[in-house]
Ligand binder design. Structure first.
Ligand SMILES: [Cu+2]
Length: 125
């Protein structure tokens, strides 16, 4: 009798995680030879720079380092958020299609200046 392997689900999940890791590495390798990389830092209570000019149609990678805390980066215009973990580089791939503003805020309470921790990508045509 060929009964379902109780570990099958776990094996499949492991395979999916492995595929995801390979895809992530491929994306990073591609970013090193392709889109412009813009460095950003996060610390209590600011992103630096906190305003970045982008051009519609130009893909970029925002490489973000937190210097002191697990800050958040919430981009409600894009319906996404990131955790910015100290010791890691968090890469945000952006490919704006049209002129406008993309706002972001820290959504992980980080102290008395937390409410002032925000920024904006300004996209021009
Ligand atoms: Cu913060």
């Amino acid at each position: 009798m060929n009964r379902a392997n109780p570990n099958r689900r776990r094996v499949l999940q492991g395979a999916m995680v492995a595929v995801g890791a390979v895809t992530l590495r491929a994306a990073i390798a591609q970013s090193e030879g392709g889109p412009r990389v813009i460095e950003m830092t996060a610390r209590r209570f600011a992103y630096e720079p906190n305003e970045i000019a982008l051009k519609a149609g130009e893909p970029v990678v925002i490489a973000i380092r937190s210097l002191d805390f697990v800050h958040g980066m919430n981009l409600p215009d894009l319906g996404m958020r990131l955790d910015l973990v100290p010791g890691r580089v968090t890469r945000l791939n952006l490919h704006p299609k049209a002129a406008g503003a993309i706002d972001f805020v820290c959504d992980n309470f980080c102290g008395d200046g937390h409410e002032e921790m925000h920024g904006r990508f300004v996209v021009t045509a």
